[in-house]
Design a protein. Structure first.
Length: 95
């Protein structure tokens, strides 16, 4: 079944990033959480330290491909990222 739901933009970005790192589709993650909810499974909230993987995650080859064109920022909105890349390209071409 297809459904449309409203989700906070920042939360969706985090879910999308984490599911990509795990190699899972967002649909798969969502279904898993719905099944747990319906079955009454208690999901414990743990400290971030407990959730860290034992081995570091592999960095995909495409990661940071545009890092030479961007500056460090805490604003991760798509609009901000595009603006930063645009400025980097302009600097690169002396514009």
């Amino acid at each position: 079944m297809k459904v449309t739901i409203q989700i906070d933009d920042e939360l969706y970005r985090k879910v999308k990033a984490k599911s990509a790192l795990e190699g899972r589709a967002i649909r798969e993650v969502t279904e898993d959480l719905y099944r747990r909810y319906v079955e009454g499974e208690v999901i414990e909230l743990r400290a971030k330290e407990e959730l860290r993987p034992e081995a570091p995650l592999a960095v995909p080859p495409w990661f940071a491909v545009l890092s030479d064109r961007t500056r460090a920022s805490t604003d991760h909105a798509v609009k901000s990222i595009r603006r930063s890349i645009g400025k980097g390209i302009a600097r690169e071409h002396g514009l």
